[in-house]
Design a protein around this ligand. Structure first.
Ligand SMILES: CC(C)(COP(=O)(O)OP(=O)(O)OC[C@H]1O[C@@H](n2cnc3c(N)ncnc32)[C@H](O)[C@@H]1OP(=O)(O)O)[C@@H](O)C(=O)NCCC(=O)NCCS
Length: 163
């Protein structure tokens, strides 16, 4: 099941983000980023979690761009549930929820091999310029029914504080 997050879910959500992004013994930056987004920029309708047998196994968050649109991420699935369709379900739910609340455009930084299946294209191909040209085709955007909106995208402030 995909449902909206409630504040009581946050410790479990941060656990999912930590497990998904962990590479060594250090805390992944995505954990602190998610916590900051809860207080600065997140869109409650686009803070969605996936539940399997009562356990939170995946999470995705959308946050308001400074100038327009919504930035997506982190998207995280517990390692033992990866490759079972949870990330796909979260992304389709997020796109549907974004349509429902008239978000005009979604933007993200990620692997085109994964996100192209949801309709995301290189930002420059759909009129959404990257905050950092060095990101190249990894910066992607999806225009929704309330769009198109064109311009230079800027993520919510907590993204600026990433190392
Ligand atoms: C990336 C992630 C969210 C995908 O979620 P998931 O539930 O594992 O993915 P799904 O089961 O819905 O989809 C699996 C498909 O995506 C593909 N896929 C998964 N990660 C991919 C990646 N990084 N690049 C390209 N394809 C990827 C798989 O090969 C599989 O393809 P198939 O359907 O053709 O067999 C998840 O693996 C994860 O949490 N990874 C660690 C954190 C991360 O990298 N988050 C994304 C940051 S942009």
């Amino acid at each position: 099941m995909i449902r909206r997050e409630h504040p009581a879910d946050r410790p479990a959500i941060l656990g999912v983000v930590r497990a998904a992004f962990r590479q060594d013994d250090t805390e992944p930056v995505e954990v602190g980023l998610t916590e900051k987004l809860f207080t600065d920029g997140y869109v409650p309708e686009l803070s969605l979690l996936a539940v399997v047998d009562g356990t939170i196994v995946g999470y995705v968050i959308g946050s308001r761009g400074v100038n327009f649109g919504v930035g997506i991420g982190p998207l995280a699935v517990l390692p033992e549930f990866q490759g079972t369709g949870v990330g796909t379900a979260l992304m389709y739910a997020l796109i549907g929820a974004s349509e429902a609340v008239d978000i005009p455009v979604l933007a993200l930084l990620g692997d085109p091999g994964y996100y192209s299946r949801f309709g995301f294209r290189a930002g420059s191909d759909v009129g959404v310029e990257s905050p950092d040209p060095a990101w190249g085709h990894f910066f992607q955007a999806l225009q929704l029914s309330a769009g198109p909106v064109n311009g230079s995208f800027r993520y919510a402030k907590p993204f600026d504080e990433l190392e």
